[in-house]
Design a protein around this ligand. Sequence first.
Ligand SMILES: Nc1ncnc2c1ncn2[C@@H]1O[C@H](COP(=O)(O)OP(=O)(O)OP(=O)(O)O)[C@@H](O)[C@H]1O
Ligand SMILES: [Mg+2]
Length: 228
Amino acid sequence: MSLPLITLRDLHFSYAGGLEVLKGVSFDLHPGERVALTGSNGAGKSTLLRLINGLEKPDQGQIEAFGSLRQQEKDFREVRVRAGLVFQDPDDQLFCPTVAEDLAFGPLNLGKSHQEVMDIVGRTLSLLHLEDLAHRITHKLSGGQKRLVALATVMALEPDVLLLDEPTNDLDRETKQRLIAILTELPLAMVIVSHNHHFLNRVATRQVELSEGRLFEAAEEKATVLEI
Ligand SMILES: Nc1ncnc2c1ncn2[C@@H]1O[C@H](COP(=O)(O)OP(=O)(O)OP(=O)(O)O)[C@@H](O)[C@H]1O
Ligand SMILES: [Mg+2]
């Protein structure tokens, strides 16, 4: 198998003044893998995604992403673009007046030309079947629409890895099916946090579980690893 895109070694983490949430987590994410990250409420799943992205820094342990050790804030700027985090709460992700502006914000910030950004926005809306929402006011969208737009803003950065925190929350049955089809067709590595086992069984190639601050590999491989 090819070199991992992300490697976590013995991560320990506590929030200020709180109990230790992660007590020695090690993990490799390889190209093409779609890893289900499960665990009970408060187990530390969202925290682990935030650490991969550098939004929290470990008390101990190492994070390697895309071939380099990442320690300082500046090391994580590239990681945040290449490993796009879709937050558990879409309101944490969306802050522009309209959907199209929210999608354009990231690519514009990366210095892409107006035309490139227009192309990316159009492509991403079409990939997620969201063309009709382009000019809608973001904060007036429904919960499910916001969740898809939040995913679209991350996809617009053309990441190599997706970190998805409960992506099916608020989605109706049909939209969940559409999301399954989209995710399984994308040639990206993913870590997917979800409590929806039907969804995970359809999408994930591997499952790990966070319990009492440690990460356990589920005994059974869910499906064959996507070859890319
Ligand atoms: N900003 C914070 N400050 C202090 N403690 C926090 C903070 N965010 C989370 N925690 C605590 O850290 C632990 C892990 O939280 P986290 O949100 O990572 O859990 P989770 O596995 O994502 O849970 P859920 O399934 O409910 O989303 C919990 O005990 C939570 O109360
Ligand atoms: Mg969470």
